[in-house]
Design a protein around this ligand. Structure first.
Ligand SMILES: [Zn+2]
Length: 466
């Protein structure tokens, strides 16, 4: 008998990890990091669902750290099996896990400085760059739609999730000793229809059990079609007053979407070409990986690429590597666009771009991602009169524009349409990866659509798949 237990992203949105026991083997679906309050997440991240040595295999849906960030820990603590992923996910993990390890090491160094001062014992980083390298070495790539063997009597294949480059849903077929078959489908994170560059999510396969994400189970977001014209309008307005446009953006995904839109607007002549600086080493590496995986592109991106030679660059785009180059961008007088990390303005090079821009009315700060409470990004969204950057107080005079439609998660309407086809056909649905209000809203919608059993599992809660 198969069993499914939830060890993360249970009534919350981070730490995605679900343990499947099938034919006597332990198989982990996603191995994500808990993010949020530091001490609490630290505790949760260090805990494994079982002895890693006993885990047979891992399958990951996509490269976001809340779905892969604990892989290095698993590898360090004795897991020696295969980590299955799509080819683009494997390549993105190589840079994103290295970046995550770097953050862990920096974090520990910072905390230890204070701890030494107070005569407290030093702490070890959650994991190191070497652990990240080890995890990536255990990854094995399988393309979309091709079945691969996970364990005896357990096969799986990936299907398009449309959420980020390489993102996939996972279809697992279990054949038990008596010959009975069961199909479990895990959606991973469900993307949106019409996201630039990426294909739309593929229809969900027929299944007996469904694990579905519910980040926006009860909320609708702005239409994607409006984004490009809105972006053009913001740029036009700012250039007319000779200002610069500063865009804090997450390095993987959001940055490439912006570059793609701008490249299209310059090519079509809707906007006069102006310099665009992509100022984040991780974004530079991630863009290279986007270029390596045209097999993940949608029809429009392929067409556009075949006409222009490159969808993510061109004469006006400069990928900034060194800190010196980054600083020289802030000294430029002419209008330009700067895309830099971090997305919530908490760290990274975005800080010195903001420091040189916020006090002038001619400039625009364009917010394209969610800004958590107590972050500098949130204070900018709330248009505080004064904001602190590097401990200095600055008057916020620049224009602030917020565009919400860049989310890469399906909203309530899209999740309903996506799951409706399985209503009445699938035995049990498990809703994960959502705050409880969002998961509950989706559960109500799905029950109304005819889904018989919809559960919102709690942390460590297990179910038999009979
Ligand atoms: Zn994701």
């Amino acid at each position: 008998m198969a069993k499914l237990t939830f060890y993360g992203a249970a009534r919350q949105v981070t730490g995605s990890m679900h343990l499947l026991e099938a034919n006597g083997k332990l198989i982990v679906l996603d191995c994500g990091m808990f993010q949020g309050r530091r001490a609490e997440s630290r505790e949760l991240n260090r805990r494994h669902p079982c002895d890693p040595k006993t885990i047979h295999a891992v399958i990951v849906s996509h490269a976001h750290i809340d779905h892969t960030g604990r892989l290095p820990l698993l590898a360090r603590d004795g897991f020696t099996g295969v980590i299955h992923a799509t080819p683009a996910t494997r390549d993105l993990c190589a840079i994103m896990l290295a970046d995550s390890a770097h953050i862990q090491e920096e974090d520990a160094r910072f905390l230890n400085k204070r701890r030494r001062h107070q005569d407290e014992p030093v702490i070890e980083p959650l994991y190191t760059a070497a652990d990240a390298v080890q995890a990536v070495a255990q990854m094995q790539a399988s393309p979309y739609q091709r079945w691969f063997k996970v364990a005896s009597g357990v096969h799986a294949r990936f299907f398009e999730a449309g959420h980020m480059l390489g993102s996939a849903g996972i279809e697992v077929e279990i054949t038990e000793a008596n010959g009975r078959k069961k199909v479990l489908v895990f959606t991973g994170d469900v993307g949106r229809w019409g996201i630039p560059i990426l294909r739309d999510p593929a229809p969900l396969p027929e299944c007996d059990y469904l694990i579905c994400e519910s980040t926006y189970g009860g909320r609708n977001t702005d239409a994607i079609a409006d984004l490009k014209p809105k972006l053009a309008e913001v740029v036009r307005r700012t250039v007319a007053r000779r200002g610069r446009i500063i865009i804090p953006a997450f390095s993987v995904g959001r940055t490439q979407t912006l570059v793609y839109y701008l490249r299209q607007l310059f090519t079509s002549g809707e906007l006069p070409a102006l310099p665009v600086y992509i100022d984040s080493p991780l974004a530079v590496n991630a863009t290279e990986i986007f270029r390596l995986h045209p097999e993940c592109y949608d029809h429009d991106a392929r067409e556009f690429g075949s006409h222009t030679g490159s969808i993510l660059g061109g004469p006006s785009f400069e990928f900034v590597q060194s800190v010196e180059e980054s600083k020289s961008v802030t000294r430029r007088r002419a209008p330009c666009i700067v895309i830099a990390a971090s997305g919530m303005c908490e760290a990274g090079r975005i800080l010195h771009h903001l420091r040189h821009a916020v006090q002038y009315e001619r400039n625009t700060i364009l917010i394209v991602g969610f800004q958590a409470a107590h972050t500098l990004g949130r204070r900018i969204v709330e248009r505080n009169e004064y904001i602190n950057i590097y401990g200095e107080r600055h008057k916020l005079k620049a224009e602030v524009v917020v565009m919400n439609g860049f989310s890469s998660h399906a909203d309530a309407r899209e999740l309903k349409a996506h799951t409706d086809s399985l209503a009445g056909r699938c035995k049990k649905v498990f809703l994960v990866h959502g705050e409880i209000d969002q998961s509950s809203a989706l559960a109500d919608t799905m029950r109304a659509s005819g889904h018989r059993e919809v559960h919102i599992p709690a942390m460590n809660e297990g179910f038999t798949l009979d």
